[in-house]
Design a protein around this ligand. Structure first.
Ligand code: B4P
Length: 190
């Protein structure tokens, strides 16, 4: 199986690039952000809980996120592989992911980390706010908080995959097509 962690700060292009990758490689796309937003829309208990964190730019607690992701993974019978988009976002999530993929007889093939500097992230998110209707994109203070949380809690996850020789850094600046081609090149050489 080809299991990819697509990683990067908020607005780095994870969602955008995931769509290109699933099309080319036939992978299952699991975006924790999308799953939370679907639950918010459906007014589920999980959605109400997730919203209270997301609107503040904070991470949804690991206990909730890990169980949710696990239940999504096991829904798919004989997949070619997964793209994990926005997961793991903490070291605890990365450890849990290793354990349960191992139980399924598989593991992470590679982490592809999109690198984009802070000013560009802010510009992209504020631009998306004009069309997304997302509360977490519209407020510059919430964007600051999301970037801060990324630097404090999420960026260290790179070391987790680095230690397993699975970390690849990708320049996330350029046109969407250029970045897709950089990702294709790396995946094709695995
Ligand atoms: P996510 O949904 O993962 O949101 P994101 O990080 O903002 O999105 P992404 O990087 O995918 O941006 P996109 O491609 O759309 O998370 C939202 C929230 O959910 C988190 O803050 C957290 O609260 C919660 N959450 C999610 N997962 C969690 C977890 N595992 N644990 C705990 N909490 C969790 O790109 C952004 C914009 O840039 C788009 O408008 C796009 O068009 C544009 N863009 C993309 N590539 C571009 C390029 N090359 N040039 C110019 N613009 C580009």
């Amino acid at each position: 199986m080809l299991n990819i962690v697509l990683f990067g700060p908020p607005g780095a292009g994870k969602g955008t690039q995931s769509e290109r990758l699933i099309e080319k490689y036939g992978l299952v796309h699991l975006s924790t952000g999308d799953i939370f937003r679907a639950n918010i829309k459906g007014e589920t208990e999980l959605g109400t809980l997730a919203k209270s964190y997301m609107d503040q730019g904070q991470l949804v607690p690991d206990s909730v996120t890990i169980d949710m992701l696990r239940s999504e993974v096991v829904k798919h019978e004989s997949p070619r592989g997964f793209i994990f988009d926005g997961f793991p976002r903490t070291n605890a999530q990365a450890e849990a992911l290793d354990v349960f993929l191992n139980e399924l007889g598989t593991g992470i093939s590679v982490m592809l980390a999109l690198e984009v500097e802070e000013n560009e992230l802010k510009t992209r998110l504020l631009k998306r706010a004009e069309v997304s209707g997302r509360a977490d994109d519209a407020n510059p203070e919430v964007i600051e908080k999301r970037i801060h949380v990324y630097n404090q809690e999420t960026a260290p996850v790179k070391s987790f995959y680095h230690a397993q020789n699975k970390f690849i850094s990708i320049n996330g600046i350029g046109s969407i097509d250029e970045i897709t081609n950089r990702l294709f090149q790396e995946i094709d050489s695995i």
